[in-house]
Design a protein around this ligand. Structure first.
Ligand code: NIG
Ligand code: FE
Length: 417
């Protein structure tokens, strides 16, 4: 199967010499080719360039030609932080918050993550797989080509493993590239409230060995926050996770400055996510690390949180990634186009910075930047074609509009309008 996309108005995020991430000032640069072509063979990108330099095709057998006149082609978004496997929804808590309760107060009453855990305990693997698959199809049509999915609504050995087995199943059922993360340390279940150390032992001694045995997770994550897990506990859990082959990630500084970034950097985390309460010490630690700071603008919007210092981090020379955090409690949307718009509108990131953050840098944050996140020869053929638009800045500018017309995943056209 071969695809040639020709007459592309703008081919965005092209790389002759692929980088694994883009940091600081360089994020202002978004390489692109005007009036371009892109060739795909089987599941890989095999060539691209300017229409002027196109020398034609030697072999026309089995070739699909797409004319993208007045349209743009992007590498698919990479969404490095989601909780897409869940049961039910939490709009009653949404209304409770409108009426004045805080996210924290709802959690203290046994709602929030604990509410989702109750619902998930009652759901079968089949039900969870079916509802997650619908959400994966929804984000695929919105241009996402690779996604990380966390456990963390189980909070018992049986339910955490159930979630991870569902994610493993999704890897075979969905064309999207999927990475799995063990987030048993998402909240302390009520029955362990007075003996958190025992819950941590359960995570490390009972659940992690099974995860390693069945190869259920690529990453291990912890919600480092007051009333959830401390900096020290976060480090302990991440360190144990590494012994079982899981690379660390952290939910860090979302509701307060709790030490998540420092614990993550020390443990060698691939990413630290949220970052609303990041201060100078965290920025300094990140400057000397390989950890990708990741912002989740949808969750900050939905919970009315203060914004992370995105501008300050980029100006300090850091790379930055954007992800959706798609989950029933703090961001019931996985639309990466919206996340990019929020980053531009609220955080004063330029369209170039936001698009770098949602492609190559978010690919890095899920260990995929050698195969995803840009248009480069040999990379996975995960691209989308827009409707007729003026240029790449139109995506964040025209927030809320659906501007994607065709999605190609692994060299196959999977969605077309
Ligand atoms: O990333 N902060 C912790 N975890 C999720 C929210 C989980 C929930 O409320 O269900 C987040 O925002
Ligand atoms: Fe999250």
């Amino acid at each position: 199967m071969k695809i040639l996309i020709k007459n592309i108005k703008q081919l965005v995020q092209t790389e002759e010499n692929p980088q694994i991430k883009i940091a600081g000032k360089a994020m202002k640069n978004l390489p692109h080719i005007d009036d371009a072509w892109l060739a795909i063979e089987n599941d890989k990108i095999t060539g691209f360039g300017k229409m002027d330099d196109w020398e034609g095709i030697a072999d026309w057998t089995d070739l699909t030609i797409i004319d993208a006149s007045d349209k743009l082609v992007f590498p698919c978004w990479c969404d490095s932080h989601t909780h897409i496997v869940y049961a039910g929804s939490r709009e009653t808590e949404f209304v409770d918050r409108i009426n004045g309760l805080t996210y924290e107060e709802i959690f203290q009453r046994g709602g929030g993550i604990l509410n989702s855990a109750k619902k998930l305990n009652d759901a079968s693997e089949e039900e969870l797989t079916a509802s997650a698959l619908k959400r994966l199809n929804e984000i695929m049509v919105q241009g996402t080509g690779a996604v990380e999915i966390k456990s963390g609504y189980g909070l018992t050995a049986a339910s955490e493993l159930k979630m991870l087995r569902v994610i493993k199943k999704l890897k075979t059922l969905s064309p999207l590239t999927i990475k799995a993360t063990f987030l048993g340390a998402h909240a302390v279940p009520l029955e362990y409230k007075e003996r958190k150390a025992d819950y941590i032992k359960l995570l490390i001694n009972e659940i992690m060995p099974v995860i390693a045995e069945e190869q259920l997770a690529d990453y291990c994550d912890v919600f480092c926050e007051q009333n959830y897990f401390t900096k020290e506990e976060t480090f302990e859990i991440l360190t144990a996770g590494k012994k079982y082959g899981m690379i660390p990630k952290v939910h860090a500084e979302q509701l307060s400055n709790s030490g998540g970034v420092l614990a993550g950097v020390e443990a060698g985390a691939v990413s630290v996510d949220h970052l609303e309460f990041v201060a100078d010490a965290e920025i300094e630690a990140l400057q000397n690390s390989k950890t990708m700071p990741t912002i989740l603008p949808g969750a900050a919007l939905f919970l009315n949180l203060q914004f992370p210092p995105a501008r300050k981090m980029i100006d300090a020379g850091l790379p930055l990634a954007i992800a959706s955090d798609f989950n029933p409690g703090s961001c019931p949307s996985g639309n990466m186009n919206t996340m990019i718009a929020l980053a531009c509108i609220q955080y004063k990131m330029t369209p170039e910075e936001a698009i770098n953050a949602a492609t190559i840098n978010s690919a890095y944050a899920m260990g995929l930047s050698e195969t995803h996140g840009s248009i480069a020869v040999g990379k996975q053929a995960n691209v989308f074609i827009t409707r007729e638009i003026s240029g790449y800045s139109f995506i964040p500018y025209s927030f809320g509009s659906n501007l994607i017309e065709t999605v190609i995943i692994n060299g196959k056209i999977v969605a077309i309008e």
